[in-house]
Design a protein around this ligand. Structure first.
Ligand SMILES: C[S@@+](CC[C@H](N)C(=O)[O-])C[C@H]1O[C@@H](n2cnc3c(N)ncnc32)[C@H](O)[C@@H]1O
Length: 276
């Protein structure tokens, strides 16, 4: 008997890190990485650390700014993400070093970096203040810290709808996984975390971007393939899948247009620049 998930085109991805790079980086993380590079005070010759680099989009986008006299290190705890980072960065490979490590115990000496970036990862650390303390330790005393952290779920309409639909049609875990990137922190919570880690002079601003997919079905398929609950989503029956997509079509009706589906995505931009 043929595999029903294959028949319908909802293959289980062999590799969630590859799916992340293929499906989520181009529409979501790459545009935000360009913005992160803009707000980071990066100069030619700088040493830059990308903490929790994932498949390396920030490291890749910042590398041209530091030139041959600078250096970029991408660090992540997940070796699968780093393997994809290494394969993907062939054009800028010479200036990027990929390191396995934990953000709360960075394997670098004090004052090693001029710039530390961290895109959409602080919310996943068990101890975000410990990670921020480590970022401060490895920065030079006048170095620049730039963090992007999604605003809470209510500011991400597509993900409110997706998480609710997954929870209802699959299970609580599937809903919780889709909500996990969007912490309940507001700007003052983030400021407090950064100040608790010993930084001062922090700026917290809100930026509003968007995410677009060619259809609601593709939105579900691509997010699901890149998520830790990929298998349980891929395993659902066709009828449940149709209901899930219909529920999302309804919930996102006001965000559908001739090119598919588009939704705002809001992020905090946290920058410490100068003496700290
Ligand atoms: C949403 S991804 C963001 C990746 C990347 N910064 C980007 O913009 O595409 C979150 C990343 O945080 C990493 N991560 C989670 N906890 C970590 C930790 N304690 N230390 C280092 N990396 C961690 C995960 O492995 C994952 O690659």
């Amino acid at each position: 008997m043929s595999n029903p998930t294959r028949q319908s085109g909802w293959q289980i991805e062999q590799n969630a890190s590859e799916a992340y790079e293929r499906y989520l980086v181009p529409p979501i993380f790459a545009p935000w990485a360009d913005r992160l590079v803009e707000v980071s005070d990066v100069h030619e010759g700088d040493r830059v650390l990308d903490v929790a680099c994932g498949t390396g989009i920030v490291a890749r986008r910042v590398a041209p700014s530091v030139g041959d006299s600078g250096s970029v290190v991408g660090l992540d705890v997940n070796e699968g993400m780093l393997a994809v980072a290494e394969e993907t960065a062939t054009d800028v490979q010479s200036s990027i070093e990929w390191r396995t490590g934990d953000a709360t115990d960075l394997p670098f000496d004090d004052g090693t970096f001029d710039v530390v970036c961290c895109q959409q990862a602080l919310q996943f650390f068990d101890d975000p203040v410990a990670a921020l303390e480590e970022m401060r330790r490895v920065l030079t005393s006048d170095g620049c810290l730039a963090l992007f952290v999604w605003r809470s779920l209510e500011y991400q309409p597509a993900y409110v709808a997706l998480a609710d639909a997954l929870e209802r049609r699959i299970d609580d875990e599937a809903g919780a996984v889709m909500r996990s990137p969007f912490p309940p922190w507001d700007g003052e919570d983030l400021r407090a975390l950064v100040l608790d880690a010993g930084f001062d002079g922090v700026s917290v601003t809100i930026e509003i971007g968007s995410v677009r997919y060619p259809s609601v079905a593709e939105f579900v398929r691509r997010e699901a393939a890149s998520s830790p609950v990929a298998e349980s989503i891929a395993a659902i029956e066709q009828a449940v899948r149709d209901e899930l997509i219909q529920a999302l079509e309804d919930a996102l009706e006001t965000y559908r247009d001739d090119d598919g589906v588009v939704s705002p995505m809001e992020s905090y931009v946290v920058v410490v620049d100068g003496e700290h």
